[in-house]
Design a protein around this ligand. Structure first.
Ligand code: NAP
Length: 259
């Protein structure tokens, strides 16, 4: 099969390689990929930005999200059959959706709803799971709460806003003026233009924030969340406590360059 691979970290183009079609284990399915989406993490993996927390063996086939068709099932897989249209996100230690075929654990896929094309379905898993995990599992967003989601016009924000709205939140986001109508249609109550000076002073206070920006904008967000409120960020740098939690030590193969 054809697959887009890298054999080292860097900004060089991907290599179009010829690889064997993988064989599913008893609990996996083999999927013929019809669509794969590109997320910022694919570039970060390619450039080596995540080498401290994600081990990589080269050559590496990139790509997390996919949509396609089941063409073979492992002997213990009963929820899916050959021909099913499925989509999913590959685990961090088994990525590779920029290829013609991929094996994936059956627990990591779902059937594609009939109203979605393969291209639409492939755009959902990583951003959808990230947004759901942040808003539901960690922020525990409740009806009537005010939630701040900066940078709402990107791939992640475009799913985070409707998920927060469905959970009953009143959503404030930041974006360029061209995106205001689209973000309001997705469920945002207030859209603030982040190009304006001091735009943060227009925001008021929030019960929770899902930060997609990091850096100084994350720091400033702390002044806009009520005491006892929560902030989840997808752009913080891992600290020593995180690495300890992940069992990554300064002596391990997955060495922390900043410790
Ligand atoms: N994709 C995921 O599932 C995922 C998971 C974990 C972490 N992340 C991280 O989350 C971040 C966002 O991901 P994404 O997929 O949504 O990225 P994206 O699709 O590239 O969207 C980024 C958006 O940010 C907006 N933007 C740029 N500068 C801004 C600013 N100063 N204030 C507010 N908005 C600004 C731009 O909006 P305008 O066009 O309106 O200017 C752009 O549409 C990335 O750093 C990514 O690594 C993503």
């Amino acid at each position: 099969m054809k697959a887009y691979t890298i054999s080292k970290y860097g900004k060089q183009p991907l290599t179009l390689s010829e690889l064997p079609i993988p064989v599913p284990t008893d609990t996996q399915v083999l999927v013929k990929i019809n669509a794969a989406s590109v997320n910022p993490i694919d570039l970060k993996r390619k450039h080596g930005d995540l080498r401290t927390i994600m081990a990589t063996e080269f050559p590496l086939t990139l790509g997390h999200d996919f949509a396609g068709e089941v063409i073979q099932t492992g002997s213990d897989v009963h929820r899916f059959k050959v021909g099913d249209r499925v989509f999913g996100k590959l685990p961090d230690d088994h990525i590779g959706s920029f290829a013609e075929y991929v094996t994936v654990e059956a627990v990591n896929i779902a059937r594609i709803p009939a109203e979605l094309s393969d291209v639409q379905a492939a755009a959902i898993p990583l951003v959808g799971l990230t947004a759901y995990q942040a808003l539901h599992n960690y922020l525990n967003v409740q009806p009537g709460q005010r939630v701040y989601i900066p940078a709402g016009s990107g791939g992640l924000g475009s799913l985070a806003i409707p998920i927060a709205a469905v959970l009953g939140a009143e959503v404030t986001t930041t974006a360029s003026p061209k995106s205001v109508d689209r973000l309001k249609a997705l469920g945002a109550t207030t859209v603030v233009d982040y190009h304006q000076p001091n735009f943060l002073t227009q925001l008021g206070t929030f019960d929770a924030a899902f930060d997609l920006r990091g850096g100084q904008e994350l720091t400033a967000t702390f002044d806009h969340v009520k005491p006892g409120g929560r902030i989840v960020t997808v752009n913080g740098f891992p600290n020593r406590a995180f690495l300890k939690d992940q069992a990554i030590t300064t002596n391990s193969k997955r060495q922390c360059g900043s410790c």
